[in-house]
Design a protein around this ligand. Structure first.
Ligand code: PMP
Length: 429
């Protein structure tokens, strides 16, 4: 037994399923999860001393690679001044100033501790502002584990086969309307059938949680127009895409401005941080400026703010980071495509910037039902073949990969080689 396997056996007796977040348990791909001891730059090291090339990067935050020096230094400096005050700090002001500068649609912002908190709070504000109850979300989009969002949810919820979790009340579920991603007509119909009742439409502008799925041309524009027509708040959940697809996230990249934006992951530089922000008139509804309550003992935590600020400052000051990420993503996908061509393989790869998913299907993937048609057994084999070759992927078909600037040309070539060998293994199985 490896050390990871031993730890997992023990963990299962102490923690539900042995993990603190479901996808980590490797249920979708089989086998036992790796227990990670440390990470530096592009590499992860497990408890058995093996090294892996990182293509998840903590599900997004480590966009500059692990233990990035300026972030590490900021944390080291910050801990000398105690860990939490529960009182306002200079760093929170600097953080808010930087976020409102970087993210085009955000006038005012509130810091929280996770992406889940950000989306739960954003929907409460949207409901408070509009005086309406209903919410439109998209099948396969994941917005954290708030009750309202665990309806036709992606990510771990689909991986675990419980798209509608027990414990979510029927009344809550009834207020969440769902439509297929990229289907404007379905959204229009929901608006018509729920006239003046829809508070908000929430979506991942580029989806990461059913695998990487891009908005078709006109989709984001169409959603924006429908929200305007029906007086609903448009919420972009940029927990994954924020500060990744561009300095100002997907909204900058696609030139569509939402009313509210939820953020997480990169914004904390690896610390537990989330944020929601947007139009000043909407955000002024939040307590104590307005009547919509939302609070947090550790919100704006000084250590987390220090890490996040160092990360965002670096991204703000180095626009070459985004060109570098594009180049890394393009090189990787070109290499994968060359393999497909060489062996007559018909897999589908969805890609934008530093996000991609290789889907085990020969059909295009533009929504959740198409993503679900993938061959999950083949994905499990592919995943383990890559792991055997030292490449650490997300342990589920329904996830995007996240590249970092720490991936050198040589490492990208190693991943392309491992991919070729792994796909051949799957094909010949
Ligand atoms: N929204 C999106 C788009 C996400 O991808 C996630 C998490 N992967 C969340 C919200 C929830 O964030 P957290 O896990 O930090 O609660």
């Amino acid at each position: 037994m490896t050390t990871s396997e031993q730890l997992f056996e023990k963990a299962k007796t102490l923690i539900p399923g042995g993990v603190n977040s479901p996808v980590r348990a490797f249920r979708a791909v089989g086998g036992s999860p790796l227990f990670i001891k440390s990470a530096k730059g592009p590499f992860l090291y497990d408890e058995d001393g093996r090294q892996y090339i990182e293509l998840i990067n903590s599900w997004g935050p480590m966009i500059l690679g692990h233990a990035f020096e300026p972030v590490e230094k900021a944390v080291r400096d910050a801990i000398q001044h105690s860990f939490s005050f529960g009182a306002p700090t200079r760093k929170e002001v600097e953080m808010a100033e930087l976020i409102t500068w970087m993210v085009p649609s955000v006038d005012k912002v509130r810091m929280v501790n996770s992406g889940t908190e950000a989306t739960m709070s954003a929907i409460r504000v949207a409901r408070g502002f509009t005086g309406r109850d209903k919410l439109i979300k998209f099948e396969g989009c994941y917005h954290g584990h708030g009750d309202s969002f665990l309806i036709a949810a992606g990510s771990g919820a689909v991986t675990m086969g419980v798209p509608d979790s027990p414990g979510v009340t029927k009344a809550t579920a009834a207020d969440t309307l769902t439509a297929p991603f990229n289907d404007l007509a379905a959204v229009e119909l929901l608006f018509e059938n729920n006239h003046n009742q829809v508070a908000a439409v929430i979506l991942e502008p580029v989806v990461g949680n059913m695998g990487c799925v891009l908005p078709e041309p006109g989709f984001l524009e169409g959603i924006r127009a429908l929200c305007d027509k029906h007086g609903a708040i448009l919420i972009f959940d940029e927990v994954m895409t924020g500060f990744r697809l561009a300095k100002g996230g997907a909204q900058e990249r696609f030139g569509i401005l939402p009313d509210l934006t939820t953020m997480g992951k990169i914004i904390g530089g690896g610390m537990p941080v989330g944020a929601y922000g947007g139009r000043a008139d909407i955000m002024n509804q939040v307590s104590p400026a307005g009547p919509v309550y939302q609070a947090g003992t550790l919100s704006g935590n000084p250590i987390a703010m220090s890490a996040g600020l160092a990360m965002l400052r670096y991204l703000n000051d180095h626009s070459d980071v985004y060109m570098q990420l594009e180049a890394i993503g393009n090189k990787l996908v070109a290499g994968f495509s060359a393999t497909f061509e060489k062996f007559g393989m018909t897999y589908t790869i969805n890609h934008i910037g530093s996000m991609y998913t290789l889907f085990m299907t020969d059909q295009p993937v533009t929504n959740f039902s198409e993503a679900k048609s993938c061959d999950l057994r083949s994905f499990g084999r592919y995943f383990h073949a890559m792991l055997d070759r030292g490449v650490y992927l997300a342990p589920s078909q329904f996830e995007s990969l996240f590249l970092s600037t720490a991936l050198t040309d040589t490492l990208v070539e190693q991943v392309i080689q491992a991919n070729e060998e792994s796909l051949l293994e799957v094909m010949n199985d």
